[in-house]
Design a protein around this ligand. Structure first.
Ligand SMILES: [Cu+2]
Length: 742
């Protein structure tokens, strides 16, 4: 390779792997950051030009690779910090990006959705680690293993992202960085960090976050972690939304060492959630414990860059009922292990060409069992085994070619293969009489499944001039079914109601015949801005996906399914469903932009920020897809003056009327919320204050699922959930946070 191009590549790679204090990350923070915050920071901090939010190397490949598609969304560490004023739920941060939304779950366990694809369709990696399924209700999704204040940066890659980003997802890939290395000049060790505490009036939420780094020019040791708790929140009409309390703590300790062009990082951490209520599930989380470790390597060589990651997680999860909103006795346990590695090489083969090659292995093991309930005829005398030594092994391999054709045109082509092997052992129910037939039928079948998945992505970028860019993306992305989609086996009404991460109150049974779903997506992104990107910016991203064998559900028609034949036709009750493949399409458009309004010494800087998101999705048989976020947008004014920065934000959501007929999804009404926040930062102290939902508007969460706790009807069991009630969102909340840096 010519010396010049090698040096160019080397410099480029150096830049992308440059490591910075998260607080400096703001300088280059992309589209979502307000003008105000950026301007203010620029005054106070030295100008260090590096790529900021350096998310980690992912198990799927390059997150800090040089090619970032134009529709990629970023969440900076500063934005994540800012969000902690309002929420302790990292999953909910996804609702702040273009096309992003969050399925309501427990208070710190929302499931992310992007461009209409949610839950398992969005793959989340945290410092390159993947967290497999460890609960039939997905109560412990990957983003629940990190508090928002721990996030140093995140990137969200959309459905046509390069194949090096990852495999086994169809919607989006979220790549989160926690406690990245932060080197400081010289051999002397320096210490810096921050401690903050917060209080939110609605639900009496409070907690602390801390991070501290000891570093010099080649060594960095960082701890980051936090603890938060809250009681049930109150809706705008004064109703206490039951089973929404939570308590959580997450911790991570990271050690990095730099040896010339090599960077080694070791990280350990863990989580403890002693209780988390679920208003849209029949169960609550009564204990979740995890421990993880990962090691990462990045090295620069004459030929390019080598990155490697290896990781392990262990999760232990227990469900039960949290008094007084839910009562009774029904323990449910899971134990999950994740192991994986990823290796990626980036080769600068010419002045115009970069080749990426990668290989990754990801293994998830799951046991899910429900101990017998003493004295219960129905739930005893044996242990109910849902998943017995479930195994899911995925081997992914990709090749990618990025060509800089000339100074206007860039093309990226990639091909990827993921082989997924799944298997599980034999099962049993609480007793032979009620569950024996189902169990025997399941045990008589072969459970081993192998999927040979082929993904591809092609991106063509045209930078017409310094103020406009156009990009076309084409991709095929495949996702194999998860454990419960394939292996949940019981058609007993109670057992079915325990399965499902949809929050819809319905019951689910698996399907051994499920095929992987394959999304074929075309997207186009146009961005326009003033040459310096200081005055205005507009980005428009339409997309269309045709998903072969989209994994949805049908009304359960098996002869053993409950409530037949009414289950097949009812339109106003909870139903029993079986996972099934259906072809489906989704399309939509995301628009976001900003505009500087004024800038002078007396009135500071003011800027307008806005976004609009639209998505629709339907199966080819006419059934609407579940949890499609209705048309929504944000208009906001951001202001900064001296040490102050403030914003006033109006969030607008239209009514949800296109609902899944097969799940009897409940419609929700349109609403508007007005939020205000301001912060004052002086030397080492920062004080944040905000009011969410200023007018105490009463509204229902479009993706909040069914409220199964507040509304009850008399039944054989005494009382049971009434159908037809969505989950109301939070009413007004006064929020404060005080941060001390050192
Ligand atoms: Cu659970």
């Amino acid at each position: 390779m010519p010396i010049q191009s090698r040096n160019t590549l080397r410099r480029a790679l150096h830049l992308t792997s440059a490591l910075v204090r998260p607080s400096l990350a703001i300088l280059c923070m992309a589209p979502l950051l307000t003008f105000g915050a950026r301007a203010q920071t620029a005054v106070e901090l030295p100008t260090i030009v590096v790529r900021p939010e350096t998310p980690s190397t992912t198990a799927g490949g390059a997150s800090d690779g040089p090619f970032t598609p134009a529709d990629t969304a970023t969440i900076s560490g500063v934005q994540a910090q800012g969000a902690t004023l309002s929420t302790s739920d990292s999953g909910s941060l996804i609702s702040r990006i273009p096309g992003g939304a969050a399925w309501g779950a427990g208070g710190v366990s929302s499931l992310p959705a992007v461009n209409g694809m949610g839950a398992d369709r969005v793959q989340v990696s945290i410092n390159g680690m993947l967290f497999g399924l460890a609960c039939p209700n997905e109560m412990n999704p990957p983003l629940s293993f990190v508090n928002p204040a721990m996030i140093a940066g995140a990137r969200v890659y959309m459905g046509t992202a390069p194949v090096s980003v990852g495999g086994d997802y169809t919607g989006a890939k979220v790549d989160v960085s926690v406690a990245p290395a932060q080197f400081t000049p010289g051999q002397a060790l320096t210490t810096h960090g921050s401690v903050s505490g917060f209080f939110r009036s609605n639900g009496d939420g409070y907690g602390v976050d801390a991070n501290v780094t000891v570093s010099n020019e080649d060594t960095s040791v960082t701890y980051t972690g936090g603890w938060a708790r809250a009681s049930d929140y109150t809706a705008g009409d004064g109703t206490t939304i039951k089973s929404t309390m939570y308590e959580t703590q997450n911790h991570a300790l990271s050690v990095s060492k730099k040896l010339q062009d090599q960077l080694f990082t070791f990280q350990i951490g863990g989580q403890f959630i002693p209780s988390e209520g679920y208003v849209n599930q029949y169960m609550d989380l009564v204990e979740n414990k995890s421990i993880f470790g990962n090691a990462r390597y990045e090295g620069l060589f004459d030929w390019g860059k080598l990155e490697a990651t290896v990781f392990a997680n262990r999760v232990r999860h227990t469900m039960g009922f949290i008094e007084p909103d839910k009562s009774g006795d029904m323990p449910m346990d899971t134990r999950s292990t994740d192991l994986g590695y990823a290796v990626k090489g980036t080769f600068g083969v010419s002045a115009h060409d970069v080749i990426r090659l990668g290989n990754e292995l990801y293994y998830n093991n799951l046991d899910d069992w429900w101990p017998p309930v003493e004295g219960s005829m129905m739930m005893g005398p044996d242990t109910f085994i849902t998943i017995n030594n479930g195994q899911r092994l995925r081997l992914g391999t990709f090749g990618e070619w990025e060509r800089h054709i000339d100074d206007k045109w860039t093309a990226v082509f990639g091909l990827r293969n993921d082989i997924v092997w799944m298997n599980t052992g034999d099962v049993q129910g609480y007793n032979e009489m009620m569950y024996g037939q189902n169990a025997a039928l399941f045990n008589a079948q072969d459970h081993a499944r192998t999927d040979f998945n082929v993904d591809a992505s092609a991106i063509l970028r045209y930078e017409a001039n310094e103020s406009s860019l156009y990009e076309l993306g084409l991709a095929r992305k495949t996702r194999s079914p998860n454990f419960y989609e394939r292996y949940a086996w019981s058609t007993n009404a109670m057992a079915m109601s325990m399965i499902g991460w949809f929050g819809d109150g319905n019951g689910y049974v698996g399907n051994l015949d499920l095929a992987p779903e394959a999304a074929h997506t075309v997207s186009f992104t146009a961005t326009w801005h003033d040459p310096a990107k200081k005055v205005w910016e507009l980005r428009v991203s339409p997309y269309y996906s045709y998903v072969l064998d989209y994994i949805d559900a049908d009304r359960c028609a098996l002869s053993t399914c409950p409530n037949l034949p009414g289950n097949l036709t009812t339109t106003d009750n909870f139903v029993y469903l079986q996972f099934a493949n259906h072809d489906a399409w989704l399309y939509g458009v995301n628009i976001d932009g900003k505009l500087a309004l004024w800038d002078d010494a007396t009135y500071g800087k003011g800027a307008f920020r806005g976004s609009l998101n639209f998505v629709q999705g339907q199966r080819t048989d006419g059934v609407n897809l579940y949890h499609m976020m209705p048309l929504n947008g944000v208009v906001a004014i951001d202001h900064s003056l001296g040490h102050w920065s403030s914003s006033l934000e109006l969030q607008l959501v239209s009514s949800k009327t296109l609902v899944s007929q097969v799940r009897n999804e409940v419609e929700t009404s349109a609403y508007a919320l007005l939020n205000f926040r301001t912060s004052y930062e002086l030397d080492m102290v920062k004080v944040d204050f905000g009011v969410d939902n200023i007018f105490d508007t009463n509204y229902d969460l479009p993706l909040g699922g069914a409220n199964l706790v507040n509304y009850q009807v008399a039944s054989m069991m005494g009382s049971s959930a009434a159908w037809g009630y969505p989950v109301a969102g939070m009413g007004r909340s006064f929020n404060t946070r005080v941060t001390v840096k050192f």
